[in-house]
Design a protein around this ligand. Sequence first.
Ligand code: G6P
Length: 465
Amino acid sequence: EKNMAETNPEHSFIVLANRLPVDRCEDTWQAAPGGLVSALAPMVRAERGAWLGWTGGFDETIPPFEFDQMSLVPVPLTEAEHRTYYEGFSNGVLWPLYHDLIVTPQYHRTWWRAYEAINSRFAQAAVRSAAFGATIWVHDYHLQLVPHMIRLLRPDVRIGFFNHIPFPPVELFGQLPWRREVVEGLLGADVIGFQRNSDAENFRAAVRKFAVDADAPPPLIEAFPISIDTEAIRQAADSEAVARTATQIRRDLGDPDILMLGIDRLDYTKGIPHRLRAFDELLDDDLLSPQTTNFLQVAVPSREGIAAYQDLRDEVERLVGRINGRFATLGRGIVQYSHHSYSFEDTVALYLAADVLVVSSLRDGMNLVAKEFVTARRNRGGALVLSEFAGAADELEQATIVNPHDISGLKTGMHQAASLDTVQARERIAAMAATVEDHDVHHWAQRFLTALQPSAPLGPAMGKS
Ligand code: G6P
């Protein structure tokens, strides 16, 4: 891996994530959208730090490069490694295991070996870039072995790890044939952050049950609920162009009385079939009228090489077709479904166009869509139906909280949200928007990095479960 030879070893702040914060666009790079990038990029810039991650391309050796005053260090993957480390172990084993086994993980040993090898590649790249005493922040389930691997090579650095997805109950986690390696991999960090208190609790239980080296100094294990760039959402929501797009979206749908919205990566954790079934029954029961109601489901393509994702796509498309077959009339569709991604501005326009956002995740680390929706609508009212299994439910108390497995309860929640009186709707949205505003993504990053400084006191935690 001689491309790393050019790396500047003097970076005192390093971010490691599966993906770099850029997308390839023909011959150039452009900033990848998302709150994580907007929270961490300013810090990487200010500290003249580096971001290490995969480019999204296969079998290519790209030397470190500068982008937007950040040093980006590509970590290469071959197509075979993408299949085994990314689609296989990360998204065919860890993703379903950490999301309550909604689909069954395949515990292939070859995938595990690829996961170890790629984690080691990331750890070595970090070590080569890190100045003495540097701070290294490792992100997410793809890289759980990295903290320990770095620790063995570099006792001088501070290592933080943040898990963006849930951490499962110990009874489920115990299925993993490499549970001890994963726990000890994470224990190499000084601070291990999770979304919810329950995730941190689950991890502590896994440490008690599976870690062998009980004498090592215990890291700080805490909840640090992630958030969004509220300023960016507000700016977009207040722009005239976005308002025009929102009006156009509603007009194109025939100006319905009630527009319900779902917007998710097309992932089996999101409970998309559940909300469509509930919607179908609400029409069937005459609680919602097909003449005046629409459901707009945006499903952003994701992990399309994995069979469970292909099956889900078929199921969602079947359900959409069924509802439209039953309730649509010539010239009036009921469910609008699109399987592609939207720009940031168009996404905010969708939030402004909708009356009700339905988040029916079966399990979700946080769910930033819920936080974005209430922020975009902070003085416009609207209603949020939110699964209790999404991390956001700990903070967004004024949402209509539902159990998506309980189809009757989900129906009641969706119906209530659609019939909420406007004054109450405004108050609730405003209260949730204020919560998110006080705890935006910058607050999140600051709080984590403050905890990561030696002997730093912790700021107040959010969330109550
Ligand atoms: C979740 C994970 C992220 C991941 C994202 C998109 O939010 O926590 O680490 O980047 O999904 O998934 P993808 O597989 O496309 O990176």
